[in-house]
Design a protein around this ligand. Structure first.
Ligand code: GTP
Ligand code: MG
Length: 182
């Protein structure tokens, strides 16, 4: 039996939780390219992803997900299109504890506009327990003001079930597109 493999992308700024999310759900020890963080202006964490993260998740005998995480440092944004080429969709993680998470979201709305235009994107709001900057309804209003309808979930990506909710949301979107024959 041939197994269908689909590529899913995790995007978002430094510290939004891409590496953590993939670690939470991958069935293999994730391949990670973390190095010491020299970009402490963007985030003060110790390590940062230099090239990408990679993990896998088998859904059934017929289907397997390849999970890719992009680097969060803005100077590495050229990697986004390289990594997301041919993907099923993107999970955008936004750190809700930073000072202006909606401006941060804007960077990813622009960077992943191709997938967003095809309704192949969901948004995960992370770290709301640390410093609750913006209510989830404000995200909906912000997206609406830009004429966008993207599912938004509040998550803690350290929890496997929360990451699975994001995946489920993305796959449901993509499946409904197949069913509608788009
Ligand atoms: N308190 C809290 N911590 C979180 C939450 N989600 C993730 N974290 C922590 O935040 C950090 C996120 O770090 P990473 O997963 O390395 O972030 P990243 O997006 O891969 O960052 P770069 O590779 O630098 O772009 C980890 O230490 C997580 O344990 C959350 O919802 N609440
Ligand atoms: Mg990382």
């Amino acid at each position: 039996m041939t197994q269908l493999t689909e590529k899913i992308i995790f995007a978002g700024s430094m510290g939004s939780g891409k590496t953590t999310a993939i670690k939470s759900i991958s069935e293999i020890e994730p391949v990670s390219t973390e190095v010491d963080n020299n970009d402490t202006e963007q985030s003060n964490k110790q390590l940062t992803t230099m090239a990408m993260d990679f993990g896998t998740l088998t859904l059934s005998d017929e289907s397997k997900l390849l999970l890719y995480g992009t680097p969060g440092q803005e100077r590495l944004s050229f990697m986004w299109s390289v990594i997301s080429d041919g993907s099923l969709g993107v999970i955008i993680l936004i750190d809700n504890s930073i000072s202006d998470p909606l401006s941060n979201l804007d960077i990813y709305l622009k960077g992943f506009s191709d997938l967003i235009d095809q309704s192949k994107a969901v948004i995960g709001i992370t770290k709301s327990d640390l410093n609750h900057q913006v209510d989830v309804l404000a995200y909906h209003d912000y997206l609406k003001s830009k004429g966008l309808s993207i599912p938004v979930f509040t998550v803690d990506v350290r929890q496997k079930d929360d990451v699975l909710i994001l995946l489920d949301g993305l796959i449901s979107l993509c499946e409904s597109k197949y069913i509608l024959g788009e």
